[in-house]
Design a protein around this ligand. Structure first.
Ligand code: PMP
Length: 363
């Protein structure tokens, strides 16, 4: 990754001097199982509906700032008032705006690593301090006691459920306790919730936890990472904050049109999600016979695998098989861990065959 030039280090705000342009570490590959995208074909009829919606969208007008039509459709789906929903340019924008609005200098974010690295990045951008409460070294589960103990001294918190990259789901009782313990907003990032067991989502807690914010995205279950669309569900006064800090036209007309067409056809995605869950279980069954591996199946569209010589295996998967997975070895607590996105049955077959060869050669 490239550091900023000396000249730019002097120009930028002091807290940004060590910032580096994002490098997704992406190599074009035949099979890309590295970014937790949905690699399945778009369900029948959905692409046609999206294309028709895009074709009917005027490009000369500014977008509706709050994506009203989409917002109402999302609200109807989740059974909440539209005033409880704010749409964003991907979940990332909403995460950034969460830190922008509620974090900042002198404020502290509670974070439970290993988890999605963007939280700390956005904290850095917004000069927010981070109080990291590490997950259990062995199980990688949240240390609930230590997290709750830290909660009274922070200003905001983010918890990921299912967590990326460990896949575990937070319990409702823990989230409720956390919401009571933090004197400030608590975001539960449910980017992968559609892949989890029924009832794992925390929306029911909104009634009793007015400081809870739930983050969703169309990038995973809807297979729409390219259109950049996410949304938060929270109490109306919390949504007003998201509305107030957002860049007015961040969700463009094409994104709004495509997202609306997809969300209206949400039932068509159910079989895809079910197949991904079944494939996830199949990959686990295939891998768990090898005692050299440690597997966290979790409830997302991915699994985490600890394998001896993980970095070598990841490079050889890429270079010899053109299969890309994500190496998390660099992350504290995740030595020798690879995160593998669940692909189509054919992709998974290829991955399993390649892994079997490489593990025997490297491990
Ligand atoms: N939260 C988590 C846990 C994620 O893994 C991701 C994407 N990798 C996001 C949020 C953001 O997704 P997007 O910006 O594509 O909506």
């Amino acid at each position: 990754m490239a550091e900023l030039s000396e000249r730019m280090r002097a120009y930028v705000q002091p807290h940004l001097a060590n910032i580096e342009p994002y490098d997704p570490n992406f190599t074009p590959c035949r099979i890309n199982l590295s970014a937790n995208e949905n690699t399945y074909p778009v369900p029948e009829g959905v692409r046609e509906a999206v294309d028709a919606a895009l074709a009917a969208t005027a490009l000369n007008r500014y977008p509706d700032p709050m994506s009203e039509e989409l917002r109402c459709e999302l609200a109807a789906w989740h059974g909440v008032d539209p005033a409880c929903v704010c749409v964003g340019n991907g979940g990332d924008e909403l995460l950034f705006n969460f830190l922008l609005a509620f974090g900042g200098r002198g404020r502290t974010l509670l974070n439970c690593p290993p988890t999605f690295s963007e939280y700390e990045f956005f904290a850095q951008l917004t000069s927010t301090d981070v109080r990291n409460v590490a997950r259990d070294r062995k199980t990688l589960a949240v240390d609930e006691r230590a997290t709750l103990a830290a909660a009274s001294r922070v200003d905001l918190a983010i918890l990921t459920s299912p967590n990326n990259p460990t896949g575990d789901v937070a319990s409702s009782s823990f989230v409720a306790q956390l919401c009571r313990a933090v004197d400030g907003p608590v975001m539960v990032d449910e980017a992968y919730i559609e892949f989890a067991e029924a009832g794992a989502d925390k929306q029911a807690l909104l009634a009793s936890c007015p400081n809870l914010v739930i983050l969703h995205t169309l990038s995973k279950a809807f297979g729409a990472a390219g259109i950049r669309c996410g949304y938060v569900i929270a109490a109306p006064d919390m949504i007003e904050v998201f509305s107030a800090v957002r860049q007015i036209y961040s969700v463009n007309v094409l994104t709004q049109a495509a997202a609306l067409a997809m969300v209206r056809r949400r039932d068509a995605f159910t079989p895809v999600v079910e197949q991904i869950r079944a494939e996830r279980a199949r990959i686990v069954r295939a891998l768990e016979v090898d005692e050299r591996l440690q597997i966290w199946e979790g409830q997302g569209n991915f699994l985490l695998v600890r394998v001896p010589s993980a970095s070598e295996i990841r490079s050889r998967l890429r270079d010899e098989y053109s299969i890309l997975v994500r190496d998390f070895s660099y992350m504290p607590g995740l030595a020798d861990c690879l995160r593998i996105t669940v692909g189509t049955p054919e992709e998974n077959d290829e991955l399993l065959a390649a892994l079997a060869v490489l593990i025997n050669e490297e491990a």
